[in-house]
Design a protein around this ligand. Sequence first.
Ligand SMILES: CSC[C@H]1O[C@H](OP(=O)(O)O)[C@H](O)[C@@H]1O
Ligand SMILES: Nc1ncnc2[nH]cnc12
Length: 294
Amino acid sequence: MTPSSSPVIGIIGGSGLYQIDGLTDVSWRQVSSPFGAPSDALCFGTLEGTPVVFLPRHGRGHRVPPSEINFRANIDALKRAGVTDVLSVSAVGSLREDLPPGTFVVVDQFIDRTFAREKSFFGTGCVAHVSVAKPVCRRLGDAVMDACGDVTIAARRGGTYLVMEGPQFSSLAESELYRAWGCSVIGMTNMPEAKLAREAELCYASVAMVTDFDSWHPGHDAVTVDQVVSVMHANSGKARALVKNVVPRLGGHAGPCVHGCQRALDHALITAPEARDPAMLAKLDAVAGRVLKR
Ligand SMILES: CSC[C@H]1O[C@H](OP(=O)(O)O)[C@H](O)[C@@H]1O
Ligand SMILES: Nc1ncnc2[nH]cnc12
């Protein structure tokens, strides 16, 4: 994949986004990855002329819990499917009074508190260090904000998403700690997804749909799945409208990402060429083929 390829939009659907409206020429296809099994087959289709690949993050029927999602296989499979831009959609709890349930937050920072997940495609035999100082693509975020405006969704630009391991919701003390850190929302899935998208040189943006006030809120002393699911149903119609509106905007984009997402590996590899492990390089053909082949 060269940085100037025409856009193919990947949508990773979280809790509440299990399908895309208006998709034509739909086919579900298994895409295998050297990193293991993705959460499900990938759904290929076209939305107003733009190719789209949809992946339900937890699999169809929400079978896979956050800690068992094979994030590497998901991102690698999307890259193999030709995806250039990934839009992630997630349910989150709110850590701020001014982000009530129903609000969509186009997050721009993460604090990664996960500890039981594979976080890199690279490792012994081929070491790389990419920057995630700015972990999301501003061009994608702009398009999402414009699309939210068109379909009158209450959206906030910017915010920090605290990624917890789960699957239990947070304790009151944890929730208050994350508030003291200035975080905006909390969820269990956007890391290492965003880090891996950066390693794979994919543009990535995340829309966090608030379903609840996390456990800190005086009116809600415990988060429950019932509560999350009922708001999630209300959010999911809006999420589908947003996706339908944003895809043609992203599809109209020409040329490589001006923010450099598609060149993230240019200065990241540190292992000397003669010290690289051929088996490792073979696994990295999709993710890092652009820089490994030169
Ligand atoms: C159903 S509530 C908890 C669940 O929802 C979020 O997942 P996603 O980001 O895929 O929408 C949260 O992170 C938890 O995995
Ligand atoms: N309060 C919360 N904590 C973690 N993940 C969530 N997903 C939705 N609500 C959440």
